[in-house]
Design a protein around this ligand. Structure first.
Ligand code: SAJ
Length: 428
């Protein structure tokens, strides 16, 4: 079996490597030449548990190679980004570009599977584009062609959690949406090669909406926790204790408040639903706003703390969008730390075990990167932004005498620091 994976990012590369491990011949295609070079030398350009060993293995066995140009194959998997524009409208340009290059090498019998998170209807748009570019091939489910199609087209969203990608690629259930039932069955046969979880078939549109629903569900639930944290702050109650206690109820399961929601999925995908049905999504939109607003609240809280201690040095602990990963995309921690650096300049130090240099957002601010031990020794104020294991290991004794803002609730023994008492304007 020859497989092409379009896009060698956080999803495409692990997917390509896992397929290559089954013995299939896999070509990973990426527009970035340096990524292609890195993969062909058996190395990886992203940090993900066990990925380096897997990629070096399949590259040295010759089942995975990378290129900037697509080649003929039996199955094409599209795993390119679907960002949104400034007005929150989804941009499927990369998907359509990938489909255009696939069209050039497509032949009867091939299967095309879209994995990128996409607005409902995108798979049909891919089908329509292929029909236009390749009038010689009969596309599925269009113009009365029924099931008598030459190619199969399906949507099968990835659902893996960064940090657990290689495990979840295999163990998670998959939702496989075909343009027609026959397309879904064709794609099912492909996933069965490497997925241990259940593979459930449906329509392409239902599969597209399912993916968006999963991430919107999580966003709404995190928004609930973040809203509770604002209320608890105002009432002088420890939100973490309240959530722990409420979660003892058999049907309550509240998620964790934090400095906001980051990453390229949960902070993005709900907007695809809002864009599709603006009048029917007040809850999903508000959840997005609550989670983004939580970041502004943390910035205000931290700034009040720093203002109250003139000359004190500030340690911002963490920049990643969540614990124990090197991914800073849409990171609320990065937003908080860079806003503080812009305002307080060289008083601000950053601790981030997953960064060798500070990201561009800190250019010209005077902030600098230090290690965790130096922060413990030299910072008077500690703003905990990411629940990295490294930070969990700092005992109360090493936090003694510091002003601490723990936005993740990883230090339950930390006496609360009330900025609200100090600055009444921070009240809701
Ligand atoms: N977060 C909280 N409180 C929580 C849980 C998360 O503040 O209780 C924050 C995190 O710190 C982070 C953000 O939310 O900033 C998102 O983190 P996450 O771990 O919830 O999710 P992602 O973005 O790493 O991965 C999600 C997953 N989706 C769901 O759990 C429904 C993953 O399964 C998807 O494959 C992935 O999005 C994706 O690619 O869509």
């Amino acid at each position: 079996l020859n497989v092409v994976v379009m896009g060698l990012g956080y999803i495409g590369l692990p997917t390509a490597a896992v397929i290559a491990r089954t013995g299939a011949q896999v070509l990973g295609v990426d527009v970035t030449a340096s990524v292609v070079e890195t993969v062909n030398s058996g190395r990886v350009h992203i940090e993900e548990v066990d990925l380096d060993g897997l990629v070096s293995g399949v590259v040295s066995r010759g089942t995975l190679r990378a290129a900037t140009e697509v080649a003929p194959a039996d199955v094409f998997v599209i795993a390119v980004p679907t960002p949104f524009a400034a007005d929150h409208q989804p941009d499927i340009g990369y998907v359509l570009q990938a489909a255009t290059s696939i069209a050039a090498v497509l032949k009867a019998g091939d299967t095309i599977i879209l994995e990128s998170t996409s607005p409902v209807g995108t798979t049909e748009q891919v089908r329509d584009l292929l029909a236009t570019l390749r009038p010689d091939l009969r596309v599925p489910g269009r113009g009365g062609s029924g099931e008598g199609a030459d190619i199969a087209i399906a949507y099968c969203p990835e659902r893996v959690l960064p940090g657990r990608i290689l495990v979840e690629l295999i163990d998670n259930d998959r939702v496989i949406g075909g343009i027609t039932p026959r397309c879904a069955r064709k794609a099912l046969g492909f996933y069965r090669r490497f997925v241990r979880g259940a593979c459930v078939t449906t329509t392409a549109r239902a599969a597209e909406m399912t993916k968006l629903t999963e991430n919107a569900f999580r966003d709404v639930n995190i928004a609930f926790a973040n809203e509770l944290s604002l209320v608890a702050d105002r009432l002088g109650v420890d939100v973490w204790e309240v959530i722990r206690l409420a979660n003892r109820h058999p049907r309550v399961n509240i998620l964790s408040p934090g400095p906001g929601v980051g990453g390229h999925c949960i902070a993005v995908d709900p907007w695809f639903l809002v864009a599709a049905a603006p009048d029917s999504t007040p809850l999903i939109r508000t959840a997005r706003e609550v989670n983004d607003g939580k970041t502004d609240h943390v910035i205000a809280q931290a700034a009040a703390m720093i203002d109250a201690m003139p000359g004190a040095s500030v340690g911002c602990m963490g920049l990643a969008f969540k614990a124990n990963i090197d991914d800073f995309r849409e990171s609320p921690a990065l937003r908080v730390a860079s806003a503080l650096a812009a305002r307080f300049g060289e008083r601000v130090r950053i601790v981030e075990p997953y960064a060798d240099v500070l990201p561009k957002a800190f250019d010209g601010t005077g902030a600098r990167l230090i290690d965790v031990d130096t922060a413990i020794e030299t910072c008077d104020i500690m703003i905990l932004l990411v629940d990295h294991d490294l930070f969990r290991s700092i005992p109360l004794q090493e936090r003694q005498g510091k002003a601490v803002l723990d936005t993740r609730g990883i230090w339950p023994d930390q006496p609360p620091y009330s900025t609200v008492a100090m600055r009444p304007e921070l009240r809701l």
